[in-house]
Design a protein around this ligand. Sequence first.
Ligand code: ADP
Ligand code: MG
Length: 261
Amino acid sequence: MTHANDESSVILSADRLSIGYDGEAVMRDLSFDVRRGEVLVICGGSGCGKTTLMRTIATLLPPISGSLKVSGVELVGADKRGLTTIRNSIGVMFQNGALFGGLSVLENVMLPMEAHRHLRKPVRREMARCLLSAVYLQDAANKLPNELSGGMQKRAAIARALALEPPIVVLDEPSAGLDPITSAELDQLIKYICHSTRRSFIVVTHELPSIFEIADRMVFLDATTKTVTAVGKPQELLRSGPERVRQFLSRTPNDPKKEAA
Ligand SMILES: Nc1ncnc2c1ncn2[C@@H]1O[C@H](COP(=O)(O)OP(=O)(O)O)[C@@H](O)[C@H]1O
Ligand SMILES: [Mg+2]
């Protein structure tokens, strides 16, 4: 039995959240939530503010206004303890979040554990090995990142994002630069980890096959209105969402006649 609509199942919620740089909003009045154990896809045009939103969620950029609650803690005005709770709740893989080239794959995965946990090194190493097995990289532990294919590097970065066993995992354009087959494999991995561990994933992507494959729900950010245009299941939004969202999900080009008018 699922409790997808219970209040208690919400692990992150944004309420009229405005985000941006130096007090200047990139996106305004964002309201959406993330439920336990779901994959929430964030999509929207290039430059609309998706990475800015991921940075805000990762506590690297303060919100301009509004509320952002993670694991029951309000980020705005949070004290040190609150911030620690939020940071420990989130594992992130940024868009260009490269692995450290001078460290082995295993050492890359161990890195977040060193900063946050007082566990003995052999224990950390064993935990990192388990994570690498979970992303099918057990045989690549001692390789350097540049010895791995693009897809393997992404999987290693996902293992690193999982290092502190966060309930929320944020992936910013994980399949950028991957071929369609590798990208489809990554989708399966994300779904598998999400559903087998009841973690929540926030995944930025505008690849339509990925959206329909992995998204339990999606949030559509519109660069024109600078806010959330729609939240819902991709199939439902395709059928009955706002026009712009239906156009995006059905990959319909703008009408040049209308554009010219
Ligand atoms: N560090 C920054 N300082 C000021 N503006 C920025 C910074 N990073 C990004 N921006 C601007 O914020 C807007 C949204 O960028 P971004 O969040 O990277 O978009 P997306 O990830 O959706 O492509 C863009 O107009 C971009 O130029
Ligand atoms: Mg981006």
